[in-house]
Design a protein around this ligand. Structure first.
Ligand code: IMO
Ligand code: MG
Length: 408
């Protein structure tokens, strides 16, 4: 079976943790998009792993992982990360594969990324990892792919400084490279988990452009970025948080900005440790936005959601959720493309009563407090997507599925 997991908001939904959980039943985990702009945190017993490029399945000693052709790879970051994983007692050699068609991030791309950002009238808030420049070079047809390092014409055509920077990584990468399509075809009967990065609202096409990343972060990117046809994908799951976060700039209609909202946002930021894994920036906090979530369900053809962080609302008297937008006095229920319109949105918030008991103590659907179930049922009806699984804390055993993940 081929199972896709994507982020259904602006990233940082808890995808890494869910991929780690779901990887237990996978033979192979393939990351299909993005680069070292991602930050995926995994807690296993007393160890914490912060992954940026390496797929989350790596923590299991015997699983194979692959970095797909849809990714943009900074080899220095990759080997630094693999070194850190090894220093935490995980041996990775022989089970990390890299697509020959993935594009390489060079040091000058990162500088260019920051220099372009400094000239923007409306800066995006890029992580500065060279992501946008690498994808732009790819689209311009001037990029350098991993496999191109062995093409004598391309290699000789590189600047001397790039060649000497790349040379040590070239040797290390040599044993890891695969022809991705052939590799996936060989593994066609295996259970493969396709791991997304970023989130639907940061997708180059479907996100809040230009305040997006440059990769394909929706489920459509899974086929493209992992060298399989779309009909071989069996199921798509989208992770979302019970509130909303965003790091970097761009519209966020439900952001908690003033007075009691701001206080609530600050509380949630501390409870949820909402600081970037990649940059350490404090994340912006907002109410759960169901208009955006329904849109994400649609553009990703989600079979199910995985709801995380609902436990943070345990003990609250009320919980508010956005069910529509008001733009210039008009009620709007679809997710706009125009940034100008998005910036004028006043969220229409629906208030739900808090609940007795703790979502954080639940380890199955039956144990979720009744009041919280009412909120969940409302989300399901509104978005037309069932909530198939739950993450109620950072640990592996604080995760459970209502509907089995690895069943079609
Ligand atoms: P994970 O996989 C949250 C945001 C950046 C910035 C914009 C563009 O951890 O969920 P870029 O570096 O791609 O040029 O940045 O996208 N961004 C993320 N925000 N989670 C991520 O990944 C992100 N990857 C990029 O903050 O606003
Ligand atoms: Mg992250």
């Amino acid at each position: 079976m081929k199972l896709v997991v994507i982020g259904a908001q602006w990233g940082d939904e808890g995808k890494g943790k869910m991929v780690d959980y779901l990887a237990e039943d996978a033979d192979l985990v393939v990351r299909f998009s993005g680069g070292a702009n991602a930050g995926h945190t995994i807690k296993v017993e007393n160890r914490t792993f912060a992954l940026h490029l390496v797929p989350a399945g790596i923590i299991y000693p015997e699983k194979k992982v692959a970095l797909g052709n849809g990714m943009v790879i900074d080899p220095e970051s990759l080997f630094k990360e693999l070194g850190e994983i090894a220093s935490q007692g995980i041996s990775w050699e022989g089970r990390v594969f890299v697509s020959d068609r993935a594009h390489l991030v060079l040091p000058s791309y990162k500088e260019e990324d920051m220099s372009m950002e400094s000239k923007r009238i409306r800066p995006i808030g890029t992580t500065g990892r060279g992501i946008g420049v690498t994808y732009a070079n790819k689209a311009h047809r001037d990029g350098i792919r991993v496999g191109d390092l062995w093409d004598p014409v391309i290699w000789e055509g590189l600047k001397e400084e790039d060649r000497s920077w790349l040379a040590p990584f070239k040797d290390k990468l040599a044993g890891m490279i695969v022809n991705m399509a052939a590799f996936m075809m060989e593994n066609r009967d295996k259970d493969i988990l396709l791991e997304g990065a970023q989130g639907a609202l940061l997708d180059l096409d479907h996100g809040t452009y230009p305040f997006v990343s440059s990769g394909m972060s929706t489920s459509c990117g899974a086929a493209q970025g992992a060298s399989i046809g779309p009909r071989y994908i069996d199921k798509c799951l989208g992770v979302f948080k019970a509130y909303q976060t965003r790091v970097g700039n761009g519209p966020m209609p439900t952001e908690m900005l003033e007075g009691a909202d701001l206080e609530l946002g600050n509380t949630l930021r501390e409870l949820g440790h909402e600081y970037g894994v990649t940059t350490g920036r404090p994340r912006r906090i907002g109410y759960l936005d169901l208009v955006a979530l329904r849109y994400a369900g649609w553009v990703n053809s989600l079979d199910g959601f995985i709801l995380s962080h609902l436990n943070l609302y345990d003990g609250f008297e009320t919980i508010k959720i956005c069910t529509a937008y008001e733009i210039d006095g008009e009620i709007v229920e679809e997710f706009p493309a125009s940034i100008d319109r998005m910036e004028r949105i006043k969220p229409v918030l629906k208030e739900f009563p808090g609940w007795e008991g703790k979502v954080g103590d639940a380890r199955s659907w039956d144990q979720i407090p009744a009041g919280a179930k009412d909120v969940i049922r409302f989300i399901e009806e509104f978005t037309m997507v069932p909530v198939a699984g739950y993450s109620v804390g950072p640990l592996r055993d604080e995760t459970f599925m209502k509907d089995p993940a690895w069943a079609k």
